[in-house]
Write a protein that binds this ligand. Structure first.
Ligand code: ATP
Ligand code: FE2
Length: 332
């Protein structure tokens, strides 16, 4: 079976082609970026609209396939920005009409988890999902992927990007902050508010504090970047460790764009080693928003014959506010 995946929840437009064994024929993406300011949803949607045909053509070319070889279309249904999601959904419907093939709508967050499992062979992990908009501790329990902890305000990535934007680094800020942080060390650490409640975390207090410190002109950006990572990442690791202890799970899986950060990966490794657990992290192309995960998730839902997660064409719609635990896991 050949599955075409379309990702368009936010700034990234992606197209991927996979087979039922999880072999990735192509996984291409293009990200809408800005020099200043945040994402303007309508502008991001226009970016997706502009690129969709050429990207589909490229994906087919790289895969050495034609549209008629596609057996199933999978599209991210939510959560995400409505104008961006609509672009993906309309495009999926257009391809479905052309090919007469079924569409499966999938949850973006669950797709992050399932591609991680596919690529790392983790079996029943606690997922530390750290992306731009989302920060969640997710694990399987009683029929659903449940959220055991999450951010009470913004996602870790948006927090880092907001600070980066404040100091004039542009978007995305994550990699730039990481680079600056590498230039500092323990002696440069400045105290920031460490905010964790149970398995929930919050970042707005740290963001305000960092902005004030930067504006005061008394601190080097390298020290602030280092301190940001050394404060926010341990919060995530602590929340994930608590979830692993409560749930008695022995695997930690990283997901989301911020998990590309090697310092976060290192902290995850240390924590797992200390508690005799295994840590898993797929390669970067499957951490950031990507269409391979959407294609794979679509396949999982389709192959589940007892209760397939497919909806009638006319009823198939975007779900901008869909939560991870809204979805019944029937494919496990
Ligand atoms: P979601 O829709 O799942 O919330 P998203 O649309 O924000 O995710 P992702 O690609 O998962 O997209 O994550 C983007 C975030 O990852 C950005 O905040 C960016 O700064 C951060 N990021 C990307 N690469 C790196 C890196 N190498 N190091 C640190 N952060 C990174
Ligand atoms: Fe994502």
């Amino acid at each position: 079976m050949i599955i075409l995946g379309i990702e368009s929840t936010a700034h990234t437009f992606g197209i991927a082609i996979l087979d039922e064994k999880g072999k990735v024929y192509c996984n291409i993406k293009d990200t809408y970026t800005t020099e200043k300011g945040g994402i303007i949803p309508l502008e991001a949607a226009k970016h997706h609209e502009r690129l969709k045909y050429e990207m589909l053509e490229e994906a087919l070319k790289v895969s050495e396939l034609e549209l008629k070889n596609i057996d199933l279309i999978s599209v991210s249904q939510g959560p995400g920005l409505a104008p961006c999601l609509l672009q993906g959904m309309h495009f999926a419907k257009e391809i479905s009409k052309k090919t007469n093939k079924e569409i499966v709508g999938v949850n973006h967050c669950i797709a992050h988890l399932e591609i991680g499992k596919l690529k790392t062979k983790a079996k029943d992990p606690v997922l530390l999902y750290c992306s731009g908009a989302n920060t969640q501790i997710i694990a399987y329990a009683a029929g659903k992927y449940r959220i055991f902890g999450e951010t009470l305000d913004m996602g870790i990535g948006n927090f880092i990007d907001s600070f980066a934007r404040h100091v004039g680094l542009g978007f995305p800020g994550g990699p730039k902050i990481a680079e600056l942080a590498r230039k500092a060390s323990e002696k440069d650490f400045v105290e920031l508010p460490y905010s964790i409640k149970g398995m929930d975390v919050s970042f707005s207090g740290i963001l305000t504090n960092l902005r004030q410190k930067f504006d005061s002109g008394k601190y080097k950006l390298e020290s602030l970047s280092y301190s940001l990572q050394e404060t926010a990442f341990p919060m995530l690791i602590e929340a994930a460790e608590r979830a692993m202890a409560h749930l008695r799970k022995k695997e930690l899986l990283l997901g989301g764009g911020v998990a590309c950060n090697t310092r976060l990966q290192e902290m995850a490794k240390i924590m797992c080693k200390e508690r005799g657990a295994k840590d898993f992290c797929p390669e970067a192309q499957f951490l950031v928003d990507n269409a391979a995960m959407i294609a794979w998730q679509g396949f999982l839902q389709k192959k589940d014959a007892v209760k397939p997660h497919t909806e009638e064409f006319s009823k198939l719609d975007i779900k901008p506010y869909q939560r991870t635990d809204d979805v019944e896991v029937t494919w496990k």
